[in-house]
Design a protein around this ligand. Structure first.
Ligand code: ADP
Ligand code: ZN
Length: 734
């Protein structure tokens, strides 16, 4: 046993790894193995990152690992590289990166391979007198016979439960008599699946063929953007590429947005490729998640489809990465380790020298700019694959046609007309609940959250007021808490729209789809199936409706309130609004009939609408890129946002003052430091929040500064009173 020093990552908010001596016995803890270590007064699971010859700690301070948890390293050198890269790039403690990268059960120290429990016959059992046992205990005799037939290897408990549901009681009797025994064994790794009955796809159209040819002609790493509206046939191109890679005996990693991970896609992959993908998303049980991770790692799973965190899964024979709906915000984790799964996937593709294919109808400006500068290759799929025409856009001027309960006369007329012609209608409003505000009719007092600087949302179904920022809830006020007069809900959310639509169209079936109506596991998939079949006439909902679903009968999309995007506080507001309108609009008119999109706005003269209607997303993106270049915002500069939150307002600011001084002490020629300022919502969940924005035209320099800043802040006494984080490439500035 070597006496080298192990560099161990432990899930604590400190940047460095910890030094330990190897365990006294057991397998050698190579890099990538988990170890159980004493940490403070507890035992913690850690991951060996490296071995070293020495330590800077005094010899008597170096503790010894309790034991090594893996016989073989759990993670390969490539997997460890990704962990280090993530930790370095996002300036996040490496132990917490490991915790994000591993499935929960592995993080807790459970074995990689499932341990199966078996029941088997003993020698005494084999020579027992079954007939006499059958007279006294027929169940035991029955089980004994079964175990004799099974022989020395026994039967695993799950199979026993299938064969004899009540076996446990009978087995107890056999154990007591010494006729049977239990033992545990590690399950064998599954064999890679055989490809069977892959269905052929449609003949590709010329644009698809050109895109495919271009990607196939590349060798090794390259990032390709498939830029095409929903229905333009991007998935068909992925399918061909995936087929190539599987035929070459390599594995494919497919990342999809959280809500977009539909059984529709999994079914399509299975049908067309002839193998079922391993699937990873947040709805899985811990053991199902571990099973998918294990199968990807062993190579048994050739195809892995997952949401954000699947980017960390070991995929030893990686041949291709696909990121569908590249623009989707769920690829960026917004708490803890604030990583972008898209960006990490690209880094991984580069390291492994494999192509990365991004798909979107509304690519982010970051990706578009990489295409312009030649780093990425943009491949357009301009038409709809089935030949359907793009939808027709129209504006409703709310100044001239005011809305009641969110719905204007022209929109109601259009709904009626489409329903009369056997169409399906989607009404989009990105705000759940009944109304965003409860106001007193007499004094104008507004119900606010006690813990946040925000208003309470009225939820009429549950007769509750809820804060959408911290989750606080209280019963709906009957009267104004300030003056006792009557109160009324102001503005509208999806619940109110649903009620209003039921009033206008009592004979129609209406389906509301938002996170309130879809709380039950699986509810969203059922609702979307119903919606896709066309048996709901009107769909009303939030952006849950705008992602990746095929609604063949849909002909009208109504956008209730589009004006937030025009005057949003974030420099990304317009880009975002255009993305969600185009994404929702993409649901309309996918098959034979041309779709229509009606947008309600109080500012019909704003050039944004003209550009969107005439030039679509490419025009909005070009406008926004020009503006960002001029104002020096990303993708033309790089940002990091330092956030802090504390019970005392001053503490939140003090830490950021410290940070600012540190940055100023370093060379700051290429940096601009904005703040500290209160966060746009200064109080949330009872904590005061402040932020400091660091902007640079030199990405490398920005990272050098952050690398020095992180440990300095960790060691600052104020940091203990404050929750703080560094968000590299933030997508929300609050
Ligand atoms: P996207 O991924 O861009 O939304 P899909 O690949 O899902 O588009 O294609 C949309 C629909 O058009 C699917 O039903 C698909 O089977 C069909 N389709 C795609 N390409 C073709 C083609 N070349 N010929 C006929 N149908 C196609
Ligand atoms: Zn709140």
């Amino acid at each position: 046993m070597s006496n080298r020093i192990l560099k161990v990552a432990i899930s604590v908010p400190l940047s460095h790894a910890f030094d330990y001596l190897p365990a006294k016995s057991g397998p050698e803890a190579l890099a990538g193995s988990r170890v159980l270590v004493p940490f403070g007064r507890k035992q913690q699971v850690g991951l060996v990152l490296d071995q070293a010859d020495g330590t800077s700690l005094p010899a008597d301070k170096v503790r010894r690992c309790t034991r090594t948890l893996d016989d073989q390293p759990l993670l390969s050198a490539d997997d460890l590289w990704l962990i280090r890269f993530t930790s370095d790039y996002y300036h996040h403690p490496v132990g917490e990166v490991v915790a994000s990268a591993l499935p929960a059960l592995l993080r807790q120290g459970k074995a990689l391979n499932p341990v199966l429990r078996f029941v088997a016959i003993t020698d005494a059992g084999a020579s027992a007198d079954i007939d006499s046992l059958a007279k006294r205990a027929p169940r035991q005799a029955e089980l004994l016979e079964l175990l004799i037939d099974a022989g020395g290897n026994g039967v695993d408990e799950d199979s026993l439960t299938d064969l004899v549901p009540t076996w446990r009681r009978a087995a107890k009797g056999l154990f007591e008599k010494g006729y049977a025994q239990r033992f545990e064994a590690v399950a064998d790794a599954p064999e890679p699946p055989h490809v069977q009955n892959a269905e052929p796809g449609p003949d590709l159209n010329p644009d698809q063929r050109a895109a495919l040819k271009r990607i196939r002609s590349g060798s090794g790493f390259g990032v390709y953007l498939l830029d095409g509206v929903t229905g333009s046939g991007k998935t068909e191109v992925y399918l061909q590429l995936i087929g190539d890679v599987l035929d070459a005996g390599r594995q494919v990693l497919i990342l999809v947005p959280e809500i977009g991970l539909t059984p529709q896609l999994v079914t399509r992959l299975t049908r067309r490729l002839g193998i079922a993908p391993a699937v990873m998303h947040s709805g899985l049980t811990d053991s199902a998640r571990l099973a998918a991770w294990r199968d990807a790692r062993s190579g048994a799973a050739r195809l892995l489809v997952g949401t954000r965190s699947a980017v960390f899964t070991p995929v030893p024979d990686l041949g291709l990465i696909v990121i569908d709906e590249e623009h989707d915000h769920s690829f960026k984790q917004q708490e803890g380790l604030r990583y972008s799964a898209r960006d990490l996937a690209i880094a991984r593709g580069k390291r492994r020298d494999v192509p990365v294919v991004l798909g979107s109808a509304t690519p982010t400006l970051e990706v578009l700019q990489h295409c312009r500068s030649g780093n990425f290759t943009r491949l357009e799929l301009p038409g709809r694959a089935g030949g359907a025409r793009p939808p027709r856009f129209g504006l409703v001027d709310l100044g001239r046609a005011p809305a009641s309960d969110g719905l204007s006369e022209p929109l109601l007329r259009a709904i009626r007309e489409h329903l009369d012609h056997d169409g399906q209608v989607l009404i989009f409003l990105n705000r759940r609940g009944f109304a965003p505000t409860l106001i007193c009719s007499a004094c104008g007092h507004v119900a606010e959250c006690n813990r946040c600087d925000s208003r309470m949302t009225v939820h009429a179904r549950d007769r509750a007021l809820r804060c959408h920022h911290c989750g606080a809830e209280r019963p709906l006020d009957e009267h104004c808490t300030a003056c006792g007069a009557g109160v009324r809900p102001l503005g509208e959310g999806t619940e109110r729209l649903e009620d209003a639509l039921r009033g206008h169209f009592p004979e129609r079936s209406i389906q509301r789809i938002d996170s309130d109506s879809m709380q039950r596991r699986g509810a969203i998939h059922e609702a979307l199936e119903i919606a896709a079949e066309g048996s709901a006439d009107i769909l009303v909902g939030t952006q849950m409706l705008s992602k990746g679903h095929h609604f063949p009968k849909l002909t009208l999309v109504g956008i209730v309130n589009a004006d937030q995007g025009l005057f949003g506080t974030d420099f990304r507001s317009a880009e975002r609004m255009a993305q969600s309108i185009i994404q929702v609009a993409g649901r309309a008119g996918r098959e034979s009939r041309q779709g229509e999109v009606l947008i309600q706005t109080a500012f019909p003269g704003n050039p944004f609408w003209q550009h969107l209607i005439e030039g679509g997303y490419p025009r909005i993106a070009a406008d926004a890129l020009a503006e960002r270049e001029e104002t020096r915002w990303p993708p033309f500069t790089w940002l990091a946002l330092l956030r802090s939150a504390a019970h005392g307002k001053q503490d939140a600011h003090t830490l950021l003052d410290v940070a600012r001084r540190h940055i100023e002490d370093l060379q700051t020629e290429f940096l601009r430091v904005l703040g500290p300022v209160d966060a746009p919502m200064a109080r949330k969940a009872g904590r005061y929040r402040a932020q400091l924005l660091i902007q640079s035209s030199d990405r490398r320099r920005l990272h050098e500064v952050l690398a020095e800043l992180r440990p300095a802040l960790e060691n600052d006494p104020v940091a203990r009173k404050v929750r703080w984080s560094i968000d590299v490439d933030p997508i929300e500035l609050f």
